[in-house]
Ligand binder design. Sequence first.
Ligand SMILES: CC(C)[C@H](C(=O)O)[C@@H](O)C(=O)O
Ligand code: SF4
Length: 431
Amino acid sequence: MTGMSGNENRPMTVSEKIFSKASGSPVKAGDFVLANIDLAMTHDITGPLAIKGFYEIMKDREEKKVWDPTKIVIVFDHQVPADSINATANHIMLREFAEEQSILNYDVYEGVCHQVLPEKGHVLPGNLIVGSDSHTCAYGALGAFSTGIGSTDMAAVFATGKLWFKVPETFRFEVEGKLPKHVYSKDLILHLIGDVGVEGARYMAAEFGGSTIHSLSIPERMTMSNMAIEMGGKTGIIEADEITANYLKERIMYYEFDPYWKSDEDATYVGIKHYDVSDLEPQVACPHHVDNVKPVTEVEGTKLDQIFMGSCTNGRFEDIKIMADIMGDEPVAKGVRLLVVPASRTEYLKLLKAGYIEKLMNAGAIVESPCCGPCMGGSFGLLGAGEVGLATSNRNFKGREGSPESFVYLSSPATAGASALTGEITDPRKV
Ligand SMILES: CC(C)[C@H](C(=O)O)[C@@H](O)C(=O)O
Ligand code: SF4
């Protein structure tokens, strides 16, 4: 894919470039544009309402067809396998819609949407992607502008392939330094969210850059981009580089790297913050807000009832490997439930082959098949009143994982692994 030519020589952020291409003329932050959508993702929770809205829009048309079936992906992940008759009805509705509209990218329970789309090569740098899920910002890890939208907006996208946007301003997070041992990109993103707060990047493109970011693997970048919404960001974009290109070459037959999809030097930012991570400690987000972030040393010793290792934030092979490695051959502490839910079928199979699933099961973990799992108090693994959970996911709102009287802490897989051995929040550097 080639970039826009003739940007009036005005330096642009990568997000401005993407909106310029998507709307057909050079734009700047603050402009209102009608943009062409490259890819639309929906899932089993928000999809049914989008379909109803689509038929409502189409009610007077003879041909009720989506704008482009090849640009729609439908994922079954929040309630799979169906945990209620209502969930089954939603799944049936989505399957029938996909069949009727010739949408081929759907079903088979591949895993959590935000893992499945990049993994299957649906995401490219420079794309404008929308998904009816707030963590759609995750695909920014590959240099796409991707953002969450509501079901009714999705209905309009199904019908027209276009959507109105106000081109967001960009806030740049410039990160330098080498992450210390046992400190990961999850600790970094929690630290940034704790620093700027849940509204710190409201309606902005959060752009993560600097040598630390560009040394991260794609799974590590995905963890960061995924959580941009937790600082209010429209997206969490990381300019594509060689690491991105290598990830894509494994997935897309004729992928060619296009260096255009980077912010120009002298592009206009609404703010730039600099960080040095050389001394960063493992971080924990404490109940009930994602920006209530503390170094692990301030909360170690907090007794746990359950640990959830999974989600679109940290449910990949690399994450679960970190947990398994830190646990060694030691068992899960008595009295704590360790739920491990790989983010996709592919990640699960890699873990199986490498022996990590067996290792974790021998340690006492309960391993479930890929889905959102307990992340949003879904199909299983709910916390009871007064119970305390530690999760590698992205939200710790009141009642997020079950009872409104429960408590959820968020951490990296390393902290979760160390804590599984002791049954209390534990500093992974001390294991
Ligand atoms: C169910 C869905 C609408 C929701 C979201 O948009 O984020 C969920 O995925 C979540 O993480 O809370
Ligand atoms: S894993 Fe959690 S955060 Fe991710 S899409 Fe599912 S419910 Fe949302």
